[in-house]
Design a protein. Structure first.
Length: 158
């Protein structure tokens, strides 16, 4: 929820270019400042203040606009340091402040869904569409390569 900006200038530029950081709302904090703020915010949340309202006001994360709601996560698709903690937490439990290489976080589990096994009939169309798109991409690349060779186009690296 609260992230400190302790990246190099190059990493900041890449992050901003990819939309990872909101330049208008981004606050530069030291690790100590981020940790102190997160501790204060955690106390406020545990004291009954709304997690979403605090996330919206104080978070530097892009999910701040959704009150910090990142939606359902799947194993292997979350911040590696936080993932095991999130999956071990109970519904309604709040944990933090948690420091990662990306910043300082407060996490709350709102809901949990069990993994689901789909039948082949349920996913047949999706698989067919994905395979069709993959074949189209491969054929397009082959066709473009053939055109380049026929036209004698060379790409030179500077």
């Amino acid at each position: 929820m609260v992230s400190a900006d302790w990246k190099t200038d190059k990493e900041k530029d890449i992050g901003e270019a990819l939309g990872i950081e909101d330049k208008k709302k981004k606050k530069t904090r030291t690790r100590e400042e981020a940790m102190a703020l997160a501790k204060d915010l955690l106390e406020r949340i545990k004291g009954g203040e709304d997690f979403a309202a605090i996330a919206y006001e104080f978070s530097d994360d892009p999910y701040r606009v959704k009150g910090g709601d990142i939606g359902y996560i799947h194993r292997g698709m979350f911040i590696p340091e936080l993932e095991p903690l999130a999956f071990d937490m109970e519904i309604g439990e709040i944990m933090g402040p948690l420091e990662t290489e990306h910043g300082v976080y407060i996490i709350k589990v709102e809901d949990r869904k069990s993994g689901q096994q789909f039948s082949f009939d349920e996913v047949r169309d999706k698989i067919n569409n994905e395979l069709t798109e993959e074949r189209k991409t491969i054929r397009l690349k082959e066709w473009l390569e053939a055109l380049r060779e026929k036209a004698g186009i060379e790409f030179l690296q500077p």
